[in-house]
Design a protein around this ligand. Sequence first.
Ligand code: AP5
Length: 221
Amino acid sequence: MAGSPRFIVLLGPPGAGKGTQAQVLGKILGLAHVSSGDLFREQIRAQTELGRLAKGYMDGGQLVPDTVTVAMVRERLKREDCLRGAILDGFPRTPAQAEALDQMLLEQWGCKVERVPYVRIPESTLVERLSGRWTCQQEGHVYHQKFHPPIVAGKCDIDGSALYQREDDREDTVRQRIRVYLEQTAPLVEYYRQRGVLVEIDGDAPITQVTEALVQGMGAG
Ligand code: AP5
């Protein structure tokens, strides 16, 4: 229905390519890209109380508690760029967050999550992807030294800001993040499958192919 708000949840393990794809899809579909990880990193850069709290969990590869995460995302979704909906990247990540999102969408927009692309990828690929990742300081644009290098080494193609490697991309932390994903986030695959909104996408393919599969899975291609 034209004009109805659209909320799309990108689901998948750390390094599956959620951020990479959410940025492209946001442009294709004309929707805001809301990344809970980026929101936490903004708070860390701004040295807020929330940033200090989140950093402790993030550096250890643990999830930030549901109550603070839900409150932060709720505030973000109130911004004007989300009036038409959003692509949610990294949220929800627990059954409690998924239920909170359902309630938020119903109360504020009178709608439900429209589609949940689940980006599947073998665990062996994830560590290589994350250890080669470079992220831009300014807006979190994502590169990979081998699979998606910037035009000028160390600089973001889009905003020119310096690229850095995330602290939680160290191999031991990555393995911990994958464990946490399997325990706390993987159950959401069934949660959304039962609601009939899950679309499985093969994430172990070149970036442009994954984008095509996502667009098709969304019924927009
Ligand atoms: P967050 O920032 O959300 O990290 P994540 O979910 O672990 O996901 P990543 O950003 O690591 O990976 P991605 O899937 O976006 O992959 P990307 O596109 O970058 O969360 C970080 C932390 O914040 C959490 O551990 C937690 O502490 C906290 N947090 C966040 N949300 C929370 C929540 N809701 N509740 C509680 N805590 C929360 O790609 C990875 C690399 O691969 C890049 O270099 C990219 O260029 C490359 N690449 C991408 N696609 C391809 C491809 N198809 N082929 C080859 N290379 C590719």
